[in-house]
Structure formats: structure tokens, C-alpha cells
Unconditional design. Structure first.
Ligand code: PLP
Length: 496
């Protein structure tokens, strides 16, 4: 399997090269040349395997320059206890006869980013070895909260790597901030920036395209790479849990093999739902992909009108990991839908850069409509959904998952589509205990540690171990900088 850039001329590179490089030189994202097909027989074979073996099988289809032994070693290390607190790794929770939650937050940082970031360090260090890279790699991360911690945890003390995280000072929850600023490890750095996630992401992209800076880092023995979902090594492990969820539904006799199901995904950068689309391209029986947004509903608008327009107000919401106006991975979807035409994508992205908008029309838009449906959930409805679901079903969701559940309910009411549906649950409710407590009508004043305990008391459940372990930890990283200083900060970290 070879890879090509969404803005390129079709030139191909290996998986290891794509993962090592992250973003292509022309600013495009790497995509596989085609999608390996899963037959019904293969899916039923996968159904009898453990999560790590399903993962190894699927990754092997895409990473042809990795041996199956290598891949199996990595999936065994990544997807095992006690790294994950649930032996199923990505278990389903049945809410009612046609609604299931796919819980992706049983990993070390309690959010779905662990599903990929427990694998990426293995894939990235191996890729660098395979391409003969001698320099140390520095992973730069722009985070809306969850990627940062998951990358820190994944890369912590991995030799030959350094990791540097930029997060928006005012845009993350108390618990998220605590998780990042108390991170241990010799090779890590965490810096707050005065701005929002899009500013952080733009700053990191600017560093990547700064040839002068790269030269300077090269002399100092460093190579930059990315742990954001622009990196193929981040995306490919995410395809696995869609297929795995389907297998589990078969095993639990909830569906018959071949039956179509819908997925509803709380969406920000479009990485998670893109992985669902890729699973569908591989032949997984999927009816609709429902894309759920919070008040930053640039994607909902796009799916309605075909106009992607980031010139709009930015809201800080109770689902901060989705507070994004530039959804990078949409580029990969468009590339696939629009006949894999690199020039066409280059033009759209140039328009996004200069005018902040682009338009997709005609049969391309029809094709998107055939597969996707979009919806928005307000702040008020997010909190209401948490409360009513808890009171009716004793099931507690985090704010992001609640956005998805509400949008799926709206979609069902509007269309009458009764296809069995899986809601992708992306974070533990404890990670956003402040908003979850307020949804439940509880006192939510106090620091993150106090709120974790309040939520545990109220729900009579245990605080997830990694969050309880934050108790008494001292913040190591207190630097806050303006966006203009991001480059300087990288140099300071790497060159001392
Ligand atoms: C990152 C994140 C999302 C958004 O996922 P994308 O791949 O960026 O669309 C949703 N919920 C949570 C909790 C997240 O951490």
C-alpha cells in the first residue's frame, strides 16, 4: 500500500514515509492509494478475535512496509490491561434496542485520543527507523485539550522523541489542564497560548512550513513531526474501532452479518468520523454517518449548504474538544469524493486560506449527502441530554457524547430512520465533571479534584484511576505565551 498527498500530483510514498513526515510538503494530507476490502467472511472471522488482534489485522492491510509480527507487538502493547481499564478495550454499552454507545475512553487519559495515541509512538519510531532517520523527532501538538494529554502519555520517556504541546489557555477544562500541566517525563513540554484551538493549530502548521526553522533544528539534530489527526499514523488505528463495534454487535446478536448500521460521531477536526468513512469504504455495512457539532457548527452548515465558511463567531462551549472552525480532515473526504484530484483540492484549500471559505456543489455534494447527515446541539440541550439520559437510563455521558446523542435523536425524528445506531462516546464524564455536575443540578464550584470527588459521590461510581491519581500532583508547566512566540518556544525547548 502506497500513500499520496491530497494536494499532490499522484506521486506515491510508503506508509513509513507518510507517518514520519505527517504533513506533505505541499501542505496536503497523506491518504492511502485505495481501500482494502473486507468481505462478510473476514468480518465474521474478526468477530471471534480480541481487540488487539482485530487491530493487527486491519493495520496490516494498510502498513505494508511493517511486518505482521511488528504490528502485533505494537497492538499487544497498546491495547492491553492495565493500559486500558476495560478488557474489551472499546466496549459497547446498550442503551435501548436500537442505540448503543461505543465507549472509547477506557485508556490512560480517559478520552478517545488514546485509541490512536497509544499506537502512534510505536508507529512513528518504527517509521523513522525504516526510513533511516538518525535525528531525534520532536512531536508538535496543537490541542483542544484531549490530544495534548494523550500525546504526552503516549510519548512520555520514549527514547529518541520529544513532545511539545500547545493548548489554548482559556479553552480547556480544569481536569484537562491539570492532566497536562502535571505530566511527568524528561522529554515533554507543555505551553499555554493566548488564543483558541484554531490559533494553536495555525501556529503549529506555520512552524511546519518554516523552512528556515527546520534547517536550524536539523543542525541541532531534530526533525519535527505531528501527533494531530493530520498524521496517517493517528488516523489508521481509528478505523479499527468502527469495525470492532460492528463485530461486537454481531457477537451480541444485536445485528445479523451484513446488516447496515449508523454511526453518530461528535466531531471537531473530522478525524474520528473520517475513520468511520474509511471503514465504510472498506466494505463495513454502514447506512449513514451522522456528524454532530456543538455551537461551532461550521460542519453542519457545510453538510446543509455545501458552503464551508470559517468566517463566523467562535464559541467556547461545554464540549471544548469540538471547538474548532477549521476541520482539517475534511480535506481527506473531499479528495476521495472529488475523484482524487489534487489540483481541485489545492484550489479549495487556497480559497479557504485567502477567503476563509469554499463551495462544493453538484454531484460531489450529492455524494456527500448520500452518506452524511449533520446536526447541531446547543449548550442548553447538551446539559439537558446528560440529565435526562442519566435519570431515565442511569447512564452518564460526557458533554461531547451528549452532543452526539441529541443530534442522533433529532436525526431520527426528522427522517424516521430506525437503523440500529452506535453513538461514539469520546470521553469519560469525569473528564468534564464541571459541566456534567452542572447538568445534574449539582454544586460545581471548586477545583478539578474536588469536582471529581463530587461526581463520584453523586453517581456512586469510582473516579477513573488516572484521574484520581492527579491528587496532590504539582503543576510542572506554567508558561503561557502569545501565538507569535510559539517558534521561539520550540527553539528554547529543543536547543536549551
Ligand atoms: C478530539 C475529540 C473530539 C473530536 O474528534 P475529531 O476527530 O477532532 O473530530 C470529540 N470528543 C472528544 C472528547 C475529543 O477529545
Amino acid at each position: 500500500m502506497q500513500y499520496q498527498s491530497t494536494r499532490g500530483n499522484g506521486a506515491q510514498i510508503t506508509a513509513a514515509q507518510a507517518i514520519a513526515q505527517g504533513l506533505s510538503e505541499n501542505g496536503g494530507l497523506y491518504v492511502p492509494e485505495n481501500f482494502p476490502q473486507l468481505s462478510e467472511k473476514t468480518i465474521s472471522d474478526l468477530a471471534s478475535m480480541s481487540y488487539k488482534d482485530r487491530a493487527a489485522y486491519i493495520l496490516d492491510l494498510y502498513l505494508s512496509d511493517f511486518s505482521i509480527d511488528e504490528i502485533s507487538r505494537y497492538t499487544s502493547e497498546a491495547y492491553s490491561m492495565p493500559n486500558f481499564s476495560n478488557p474489551a478495550i472499546a466496549p459497547l454499552h446498550k442503551l435501548d434496542k436500537s442505540t448503543h454507545f461505543l465507549e472509547l475512553w477506557h485508556g490512560p487519559t480517559c478520552a478517545f485520543k488514546d485509541m490512536a495515541l497509544q499506537m502512534l509512538p510505536h508507529l512513528l519510531t518504527a517509521s523513522l527507523r525504516k526510513i533511516g532517520e538518525k535525528r531525534q523527532v520532536c512531536v508538535l501538538v496543537a490541542t483542544s485539550g484531549d490530544t495534548g494529554k494523550a500525546a504526552l502519555e503516549g510519548f512520555c520517556d520514549i527514547s529518541g522523541t520529544k513532545v511539545m504541546v500547545f493548548y489554548p489557555d482559556e479553552g480547556v477544562s480544569d481536569v484537562q489542564k491539570l492532566q497536562m500541566t502535571t505530566q511527568e517525563g524528561e522529554n515533554v513540554n507543555v505551553v499555554a497560548i493566548e488564543g483558541n484551538f484554531d490559533d494553536a493549530q495555525a501556529g503549529v502548521k506555520a512552524i511546519f512550513s518554516d523552512a528556515h526553522l527546520q534547517k536550524e533544528l536539523d543542525k541541532a539534530g531534530f526533525l519535527l513531526s505531528s501527533a494531530n489527526s493530520i498524521n496517517w499514523g493517528r488516523l489508521v488505528p481509528q478505523i479499527v474501532y468502527y469495525i470492532s463495534a460492528y463485530c461486537d454487535l454481531i457477537n451480541q446478536a444485536e445485528i445479523t452479518p451484513g446488516e447496515k448500521i449508523n454511526f453518530c460521531v461528535p466531531t471537531g477536526n473530522f478525524g474520528n468520523i473520517l475513520a468511520a468513512y474509511y471503514a465504510m469504504k472498506m466494505g463495513l455495512p454502514i447506512g449513514k454517518l451522522v456528524c454532530a457539532s456543538n455551537s461551532n457548527d461550521v460542519l453542519t452548515e457545510f453538510l446543509k449548504s455545501g458552503i464551508y465558511d470559517k468566517n463566523r463567531q467562535f464559541f467556547t462551549t461545554v464540549s471544548p474538544s469540538m471547538d474548532i472552525l477549521v476541520s482539517s480532515n475534511l480535506e481527506r473526504l473531499l479528495f476521495d469524493i472529488m475523484g482524487r484530484d489534487g489540483q481541485c483540492i489545492s484550489n479549495l484549500m487556497a480559497a479557504l486560506n485567502t477567503d476563509g471559505r469554499y463551495v462544493v456543489q453538484g454531484h460531489f455534494k450529492d455524494e456527500i449527502d448520500r452518506i452524511f447527515s449533520g446536526g447541531m446541539c446547543s449548550e442548553e440541550d447538551t446539559l439537558k441530554t446528560i440529565a435526562t439520559t442519566y435519570h431515565e437510563h442511569k447512564y452518564l455521558m460526557d458533554t461531547h457524547t451528549a452532543v452526539a446523542y441529541k443530534v442522533l435523536s433529532d436525526y431520527r425524528n426528522k427522517t424516521g430512520d430506525e437503523t440500529k445506531s452506535v453513538i461514539v462516546s469520546t470521553a469519560s464524564p469525569f473528564k468534564f465533571c464541571d459541566s456534567v455536575l452542572s447538568a445534574l443540578g449539582c454544586d460545581n464550584t471548586g477545583d478539578g479534584m474536588k469536582l471529581l470527588k463530587l461526581l463520584a459521590q453523586y453517581t456512586q461510581t469510582d473516579t477513573p484511576t488516572p484521574l484520581a491519581a492527579l491528587e496532590g500532583k504539582k503543576a510542572r508547566f506554567l508558561t503561557s505565551i502569545s501565538i507569535d512566540n510559539m517558534k521561539t518556544e520550540v527553539l528554547k525547548f529543543l536547543k536549551g
